[in-house]
Design a protein around this ligand. Structure first.
Ligand SMILES: Cc1cc2nc3c(=O)[nH]c(=O)nc-3n(C[C@H](O)[C@H](O)[C@H](O)COP(=O)(O)O)c2cc1C
Length: 372
């Protein structure tokens, strides 16, 4: 598969990033009609015993392997069967908002090939709660394939304060019964109103509202909070710790670390090109070291009280394994899939087994947090 994708990539990269994305979604929708074919193309080649070493028990769920797809690639939950068929252990769909949103004006996604990165300011375009919930209900869910659903406040600067909390809570109420995990996106850098909930005073009433809805529904679905990356690897942790402690007090089960970054520190792409692109969230390789630093910090701070999903700049099996050793029980891919193609998924599964062997470890779970 990697060779096929390397052949296709120049063609895909001739399209705009958003055009290539739509093409991939269409191909995925076609492909998932024949999941057996996808499974054959993307098989890892691991024996049953080897594959079993990669399984992860976390958050009261069984994951066949720790590799998932990050939010934003399947915003409208159209490809759940495909994600299972290409060999992932779980998927995160969304971000879904209570009201549908067209997002920001185009162009709003850009490639930075010199940095193996992307910049996007999609602005939370999605079909909205009702349409997506109905789609998930109609989807034949692959067995043993946990579904994480990511929710966000509707991108509309007039929905603020208590209305913003009610907007979020409406999504939680409708989607908790359909989800295996619920992720609260409080860290999207691409809205007019900014990151309204990533400060403790705003996060507290949001968590209270969502956890109240969860209690009313008698739901046991774990709720996670998705965080922004720190500005540097040696960041001042006080602000993060406040969010973490507050979240744990309110019964949050874990963290997704991290979302995209607003800054442009340390890039190879020319300043002129960056100026021409303008604002937006940076994803991909330049995020890796600081996303890893945050995972390590979270693992130390929260210990066994939280499960960490590591995301940000994971574009190789080795990077995935480093993130796991730093403290992530699960990892997610987005920009890595754009540059490496879906062959990255079976390649990562195969190589993770070799990396465990090299470290004398039997189970992937034994590697979680070894370097924290
Ligand atoms: C085009 C694009 C759209 C995204 N949309 C969302 C989104 O809707 N919700 C969300 O929580 N994260 C979103 N993300 C962030 C990713 O889930 C992920 O946190 C980030 O890209 C870092 O991972 P990566 O370096 O592997 O891409 C988006 C990322 C990209 C590139």
């Amino acid at each position: 598969m990697p060779t096929l994708y390397s052949a296709l990539r120049p063609l895909l990269f001739r399209a705009t990033p958003e055009g290539a994305h739509h093409l991939s979604i269409r191909a995925g929708k076609l492909g998932q009609r024949a999941p057996g074919v996808l499974r054959a193309v993307f098989r890892s080649g691991l024996s049953r015993e080897q594959a079993a070493r990669l399984s992860v028990r976390a958050l009261g769920l069984e994951f066949a392997n720790p590799i998932g797809v990050a939010a934003g690639l399947d915003k409208n939950a159209e490809l759940i069967p495909m994600w299972a068929a290409v060999g992932l252990g779980f998927c995160e769909v969304g971000s879904i908002s209570a009201l549908p949103s067209a997002g920001n004006p185009k162009p709003r996604a850009f490639r930075l090939p010199e940095d193996r990165a992307l910049v996007n300011r999609m602005g939370l375009n999605n079909h909205g709660l009702d349409a997506i919930a109905r789609r998930i209900e109609r989807t034949r869910r692959p067995a043993g394939f946990p579904l994480a659903i990511n929710i966000v406040k509707t991108h509309d600067p007039s929905i603020l304060g208590d209305a913003g909390i009610q907007d979020f809570a409406a999504s939680a109420r409708r989607l908790l019964p359909l989800a295996d995990l619920l992720v609260l996106n409080v860290s999207c850098p691409n809205t007019t109103e900014g990151k309204t909930f990533e400060d403790p005073e705003a996060l507290e009433p949001l968590l209270d509202a969502v956890m109240r809805v969860r209690a009313e529904l008698a739901s046991t679905v774990p709720v996670l909070v998705k965080l922004s990356p720190p500005a540097t690897v040696d960041f001042d942790s006080a602000a993060v710790d406040e969010l973490v402690d507050l979240s744990l007090e309110r019964g949050i089960a874990g963290f997704v670390a991290t979302n995209t970054a607003s800054d442009r520190a340390g890039l190879r792409t020319s300043p002129g090109r960056l100026d021409a692109i303008g604002r937006g969230g940076l994803s991909g390789a330049p995020l890796a070291s600081r996303a890893e630093a945050l995972v390590r910090h979270l693992a130390r701070r929260a210990g066994d009280r939280a499960v960490i999903i590591g995301v940000g700049g994971i574009d190789s099996p080795e990077e995935a394994y480093r993130r796991i050793r730093a403290g992530a029980s699960l990892v997610e891919l987005y920009t890595g899939l754009v540059y490496e193609g879906p062959g990255l998924i079976p390649r990562t599964a195969r190589r993770l087994v070799e990396l465990l062997d090299a470290d004398g470890l039997e189970l992937l779970e034994d590697a979680v947090g070894l370097d924290r």
